[in-house]
Each structure stands twice: as C-alpha cells, then as structure tokens.
Design a protein around this ligand. Sequence first.
Ligand SMILES: [Cu+2]
Length: 389
Amino acid sequence: MRMLGLTSIVLAAGLALGAPLHAQNSAAPVAPAAPAAAATPQSAGTSGAPAGTPATSAAPTPAAVADPTLDAQGRPLTVAAPGMGQPEDALYGLQEQVTPNGREAHWFHNWILMPLIVVISVFVLLLLIWVIIRYRRAANPTPSRTSHNTTIEIIWTLAPVAILILIAIPSIRLLAAQFKPAPDNAVTLKAIGNQWFWSYEYPDHGDIKLTANMLKEQTEVVPGQRFRTDADGPRLLATDQRVVLPVGVPIRLVTTAQDVIHSWAIPAFWVKLDAVPGRLNETSFIIEKPGVYFGQCSELCGARHAYMPIAVEAVTPEVFARWVASKGGKMPSEGAEPQSTTAAGNDAGDDTSNGMTDEGAPTVNATAAPAVTNKPATQNPAGLGQADQ
Ligand SMILES: [Cu+2]
C-alpha cells in the first residue's frame, strides 16, 4: 500500500509540474469591457503615414502591398475572439488546442493521466478508510503479528511499475513529437526575448523584422498614442504588432534572448520554449485553425516580465504570402534558390543555422550579433531596465 501511495504522490507531483499551464490560463486577466475606440488613430508616431501603410516599426522600405491583416486605419482585421486562443473566465482545464501535439497532449491529460490519478487516489483513500475503521483498537483488540506476505508485496511492487510503463509509452511519444525537427518546407520564426518585449525575425522570408510591445490601456497612454481595444485582444495580452504565421504549414520556432532568459509560450499551441541568451532553442508545430492566439513570457525575467505578451495571428498561406510582401520580404519560392538550399550546407540536422546568422557563422552565440537589436522598446520606460539590472 505504501508503494501505491508513493505512486500517487509521484503522479500528483507530475501533475503539479504541468500546472503552470493551468496557472497561466487562470491567472491571466480577463478583458474588461474597454471603451470602444473605433475613431482613435491606431498608429502612434506615424501620423504622417498614408492610410493603408501599416504602423510597422521595423519595415525596411515602404511596402507597395497593403498589409492584409490590417484595415486602412491600421487596425487588425481579425478580431481576437473570446473562447479561442486566450484565457477564459472559469475555464476548467486547458485551452482548446489548435496544433496536433496540443491535441494529443490534451487527450493524454484528459483521458489517461486524470482518470489514472483519480482512480489511484480514490483507491488509496478507500484502503486508508478501511484500515482506520476495521483495524481500530475497539474493533480489533488483538492485532495480527503478520509482518510479511510475499504475494501482496510482489503485487504492490509490480502494479505501479506496470502503470508507469503504460504512462511512459504515450508520454515519450509526445515528448519526441514536440522536439521533432521541422521539415525543410517549414516557415522559420525566430523569437528574441528582450527586457521586456519580443522581437521577431523571419529569416527565410527576406529581412522581415518585427518588434511587439504590449498595448497599454486607454487611461495609460498620452493622447494620440495607440491603446488597446477589445479587437486587439485581452488586457495585458494584446500587442501592437502580431506575429503572422500560416496555418497548415509546419512552423520552425527558434528562440533566443538578448539579455536574460525568457520563454516563448502560447498555451493553445502547446508551445513553451525557453529563450536563452547565446543559445538557439528550436521546436516545431503546425497551427490548424486561423485565428488570434495569445501567450506570455513564461520565464521570470525581471520587473516587467508580466508585460511582454505574445500575440500570433494565424492566417491562410495565401494571406501569409501577401503579408510577407507587405513587409518587404519574399516567399522562399520566389527566390533564386529553393528554401532548403538557402543556407550553405544546410540539412535536416543543421537547420537552426538557416538564416540565423549572416555569414553562415556558427549558431553558437548567435545573439551576440547586433542584428537582433532592431528597435528599442517603445513603451517601456528607459529607466526601468537599469534599475532592475
Ligand atoms: Cu521575459
């Protein structure tokens, strides 16, 4: 019985390790009814820009193609929908998953781990209650002097082992799937953590660089500056620029950081990947549904850790191609070479080097390259960074 109790403790500990996802779901704020701000200019600092020009912070040239994700005023066309890709009021369990790995993990949690934990916990509880009642001093004045029973000892050793092996099979399969290298036709997104915002690069799509800062509330900005509306997303999760990715296409996510360790996490994608200075971490996923998905930095990284959200807009590959064009980039197929040969010597085992560094330099310490600092944080007070370091 002790072994069984131990097993349930181990399982419970495993569940607790998975708890940050829950915590993130429930701790993230729910969007309050923000004042409608349809008439407010959305692009701070670009008042002179013609209508239709997206308020990009890092676009190298004025784009001839209009950004298909923004309207003429620069507001996002795809409105963040409650119940999809964002925390929900009173949501019990995980967010709806929109990647194959996420769906499998969700199934694993709901149909293997939770039932198993419940059954074992209830079984151990019933045994305890039975022992407490049946063998109390009043009911059992002369206790048995039995100290060994080989049969029961073999059972309570082997049963937990069998249970753990049964869990290990789907668990290791899922673990392997999460770190399976992306295929050659994957879209590479490089996410760079900074104190305290995310910047992004699309190394396979020309020189596209984005900087995403959290959108502040209307009461927190000076008149004329862009602030969050419900169309942008929930409070503390909406960003001034969304990461645009195609659906149905493998995404190769590469993370690194500029200063301290951050973590790029989107609960609906089942993705949480640390962004470590001087290192490149990689994972891959396929988004199955168009929509807007939100996440947060998930590694305690300093004073404004809670204010560096992640917003991803998943669009069809056609819209993605137009978005790339609007940012002055180009699809890999438009280039002189196919994507799989853009980086010299690039192959499946070496694909983190694909575009990560300029001259095919080793990927180690790639963040030392100044190219990462495409733009300072526009909304973070300058003094905070120094004070915290
Ligand atoms: Cu961070």
